[in-house]
Design a protein around this ligand. Structure first.
Ligand SMILES: *Cc1c(COP(=O)(O)O)cnc(C)c1O
Length: 333
């Protein structure tokens, strides 16, 4: 079954060999406080300590290294304001390639500066993410740049899957893995890896209630568009692409469920990470902890929660930790 999917365990093992030494093998630690709440051993995979602050470096690095030398020389391109943009900028620079990252004029200056600092050529175009993507398409068409998308690409999924291999190696008896879920590159890769090693392992995707595109698509039986809303888990926003080729089919086949979290629950997850585990995580990185705290996970064996990223505005983080109202947190009806 698994071998008919676009990305196999063998692809993920090959990705792990390719990116070895170029990404951090992140630690996995026991959480006594969460184990007490969940009644089973709970491990946290500290992937927010990855270079550039998120797991996206795994997929970007594998994708850049999988290009032929001629393709790499043409340069890579993506439209991203967030963790994929950072990761691709870093991965390209590390391989001596030029990364062009397209963003709309509405992106805050600090995000632009951060991606420039990582060595990317930033192009500011248009007034929306769609217009930025049109510029990406033009650069691919007219200048021959290689597009590396944030999730819907076999080499990206295989790279994210290396995180699952590290979990399976460290804890072969893992019963349930909790994976933050947006476009599904991380969930697809991690599920293919851990289920490839042990088919009995359950993989649960976690999204915010406000605009969970993969959940809506799985329910509808095909990719659908959802309304985008602000969320503490901003890295989980955006659609899965109506022409999705890789991640929808893999998530449909491999995920054992999707759990949705409210903004209040995500805030509690971030607070717990900080106060009890000593970790600064962004909203998207806190959804696993949030689901455990909310009692939304049922499992009889050891759980691993992936803390997927740490790139949060520190002023917003401070407000969440202090329990101050985050303006949009509860304006959901
Ligand atoms: C991108 C991202 C996700 C979601 O990954 P997908 O592959 O799009 O599902 C989760 N957490 C963080 C921190 C991210 O940057």
């Amino acid at each position: 079954m698994v071998s008919t999917l676009p990305v196999s365990l063998e692809d993920i093992r090959a990705a792990a060999r390719r990116i070895a030494g170029r990404v951090v093998e992140t630690p996995m630690v026991l959480s006594a406080s969460l184990a007490e709440i969940a009644g089973v051993p709970v491990w946290l995979k500290l992937e927010h300590h990855q270079t550039t602050g998120s797991f996206k470096l795994r997929g970007a690095t594998n994708a850049v290294l999988s290009l032929s030398p001629a393709e790499r020389a043409r340069g890579v391109v993506a439209a991203s304001t967030g963790n994929h943009g950072r990761a691709l900028a870093h991965a390209a620079k590390a391989q001596g390639a030029v990364a062009t990252i397209c963003m709309s004029r509405l992106v805050p200056e600090n995000k632009v500066a951060e991606i420039r600092r990582l060595g990317a050529d930033v192009r500011i175009v248009g007034r929306s993410q769609d217009e930025a993507q049109q510029e990406v398409d033009r650069l691919v068409r007219e200048e021959g740049l290689m597009m590396i998308p944030p999730f819907d690409h076999p080499d990206v999924v295989a790279g994210q899957g290396t995180l699952g291999l590290e979990i399976a190696d460290a804890l072969p008896e893992v019963a349930t893995v909790l994976v933050p879920l947006s476009g599904g590159g991380l969930a697809a890769g991690v599920a293919a890896a851990v289920k490839g090693v042990n088919p009995k392992t359950k993989v649960i995707g976690l999204s915010m209630e406000r605009g969970a595109a993969m959940k809506a698509s799985l329910d509808a039986g095909g990719p659908v568009q959802v309304e985008e809303m602000r969320s503490l888990a901003d890295s989980l926003g955006g659609g899965i692409g109506l022409d999705n080729r890789v991640t929808f089919a893999m998530c449909r086949e491999l995920l054992d469920g999707v759990v949705l979290l409210t903004e209040t629950e995500i805030a509690a997850g971030m607070r717990h990470a900080y106060a009890c585990e000593g970790e600064v995580v962004e909203g998207a990185g806190a959804v696993g902890i949030a689901a455990l705290l909310a009692g939304k996970i049922r499992t009889g064996g050891p759980v691993v929660g992936i803390l997927s990223g740490r790139n949060v505005d520190m002023e917003q983080h401070r407000r969440v930790i202090n329990g101050e109202d985050v303006a949009f947190a509860e304006d959901t009806a």
